[in-house]
Design a protein around this ligand. Structure first.
Ligand code: ADP
Length: 549
């Protein structure tokens, strides 16, 4: 039975596993590959979009810078040094180009670095300055043009300087540009509200404020690559997508920061919906697989068990039937010689009666002998009668059965073995027990099984108690023993087919299963429990009118 149970448990687990794998694997595989594919697709799409956005901002800023350099170059082409050195001329030109407020001041510087004329808010500070030793002056004198980094200046407004020289490097026109306009350009590049967009120079100094108000050190900490790269670079680090491009001939780096979560927003949303669907589907599939397999395997198991019981019952019945036929044959064979012996003994008795008693020396011994022959023949006859009765019971049919008689008869079969093992079989049978319509052969088989088990449980030196009584609607038979009883955890198992605690050559585990089946078919019940005083007790209840069949 144990092997059987583990087989069905194995079958249950295997089938569940196979169904779950077959149902979920393709789903997971498709989900996983499509998710990977869409992630790549979305990442590419997003980084292309970001790349375009940043390239576009670079164009606008470059255009703005070139535009202001060109304004100065054009002024130099239109007016010569002498003209613009005159303060009133410079004032007029400045008034014309500074209307938008982007150009803050304008200055004319000669080739020795002296500020010849100046118009703007820092007149007192800058008018008489000499720039000969400054870096920017030297660069303009070499390259003909210069655009500075952004600085706050005296008024605390961020601005930068654009300076150009005439082709012969005789004089320089220098303008200060308010760089706040950059902030507006960058604001439109901030696609993620929690992201950022800013410009830094080669040293990592902010040229425009971080939109998230991060400081330079915070930005540097985040390890934004300042290394030079061509075109627009998209990198992902610490769950942030950095898009950067160099502008102003590699002086400034425009950086746009977007959280990866925001960049892949649509994909991540679709992914989590997908995951929820896959999870729900998997749970449903697993639940259905477990329930379905359990149902199917339980049914198979129950059918197999029923078959096993029926098969063994058939075998048992076959055996009993042939035993019955044998018994009937033996009884018939023995009955005739017994009849003969009785007749002959009677004949000898009659002849002795006719003899003169004083002439026969041992007449009394003869008469005693005949008496003994009659007595033993009677005993032998009762045995053959019992055998004939037993054989008749082998045919399964319902007759009026005296349960007390059946109990006594079954005990008589086992009495000898019980006596050999010093087991006393006590009976307490209700005298007025009515006969009930039932199958004597099958009930006899149940009683035989119960008594046999009781004897096995007791072993040697003990008692078996068999009782019968009636209830309003049923007859109750109890078989109790003084054995060790049934372990509580096994009480629910003992009626299962093939369950046995006995040695393989002693027990088949079928006795109680067959008994259970028989009693159920006869409309009764059979139960087992342990007695308080020790030992097991089995109660069989059989209906008086047998409505159950
Ligand atoms: P088998 O006798 O071949 O083992 P049964 O179906 O008759 O098969 O009994 C199943 C098991 O029930 C026994 O192995 C035993 O463990 C337990 N059992 C049956 N009767 C008794 C009893 N009177 N006392 C203790 N245990 C019992």
């Amino acid at each position: 039975m144990k092997k059987d149970k583990s087989y069905y448990a194995w079958l249950r687990n295997m089938l569940t596993l196979v169904i779950i794998l077959l149902a979920t694997l393709p789903m997971l595989l498709v989900g996983w590959t499509s998710s990977n594919y869409y992630q790549k697709y979305d990442e590419e799409n997003t980084s292309n979009g970001l790349r375009r956005l940043v390239a576009n901002r670079r164009e606008i800023i470059s255009l703005f810078l070139n535009n202001h350099r060109e304004i100065l170059e054009q002024l130099m082409r239109l007016h010569n040094f002498d003209f613009l050195s005159q303060q009133e001329n410079l004032d007029r030109v400045f008034a014309a180009i500074s209307k938008s407020g982007v150009i803050v001041d304008l200055g004319v510087i000669d080739s020795s670095g002296r500020h010849i004329a100046y118009v703007g808010p820092y007149k007192s500070k800058l008018a008489s300055r000499n720039y000969a030793n400054t870096d920017w002056f030297q660069e303009v004198m070499i390259n003909g043009t210069f655009i500075s980094d952004v600085y706050l200046g005296y008024r605390g407004v961020p601005h930068f300087v654009v300076a150009v020289s005439d082709p012969l490097k005789r004089w320089i026109l220098r303008a200060t540009i308010n760089s706040e306009i950059f902030n507006a350009f960058l604001r439109t590049a901030q696609v993620d509200p929690k992201g950022d967009a800013f410009i830094i120079n080669k040293k990592g100094e902010l040229q425009t404020p971080s939109l998230l108000n991060e400081s330079e050190s915070q930005i540097k900490d985040k390890n934004i690559a300042l290394s030079y790269h061509e075109g627009t670079l998209v990198r992902t680090a610490n769950d942030t997508v950095y898009v950067s491009t160099w502008l102003k001939d590699g002086d400034w780096l425009l950086v746009v920061k977007v959280r990866r979560q925001k960049a892949l927003e649509t994909f991540l949303e679709a992914k989590s919906i997908n995951e929820i669907i896959v999870l729900c589907a998997s749970i449903v599939i697993i639940a259905i697989a477990v329930l379905m397999v359990r149902f199917i395997v339980n049914n198979i198991e129950a059918t197999a068990r029923e078959r096993a019981v029926l098969d063994s019952q058939m075998v048992q019945m076959e055996k009993m039937a042939s035993l019955g036929r044998l018994a009937a044959g033996v009884a018939h064979e023995v009955n005739n010689p017994l009849q003969m012996i009785t007749d002959q003994a009677g004949w000898i008795g009659e002849l002795l009666d006719e003899e003169e008693t004083e002439k026969v020396r041992h007449i009394e011994e003869y008469q005693q002998s005949i008496q003994k022959i009659r007595q033993h023949v009677k005993r032998a006859s009762s045995v053959t009668h019992r055998l004939l009765g037993f054989s008749r019971k082998m045919q399964s049919e319902k007759t009026a059965v005296d349960i007390n008689f059946l109990i006594r008869e079954t005990i008589s079969f086992l009495e000898n073995e019980a006596g050999n093992n010093q087991i006393a079989i006590e009976t307490q049978l209700e005298a007025a027990l009515p006969a009930i319509m039932t199958d004597a052969g099958q009930v006899g088989q149940v009683l035989f099984n119960l008594l046999n088990n009781a004897m096995d449980a007791v072993g040697k030196n003990g008692t078996i108690h068999v009782g019968s009584r009636q209830r309003s609607d049923a007859v109750v038979v109890e078989v109790a023993d003084s054995g060790p009883g049934i372990r509580p955890e096994l009480i629910n198992k003992i009626f299962e087919p093939f369950f046995t605690t006995k040695a393989p050559d002693k027990g088949t585990g079928l006795g109680l299963a067959i008994s259970y089946n028989i009693i159920q078919k006869l409309g009764g019940t059979i139960k087992a429990w342990n007695r308080e005083e020790g030992g097991a007790i089995f109660t069989v209840i059989l209906p008086k009118n047998n409505l159950g069949d």
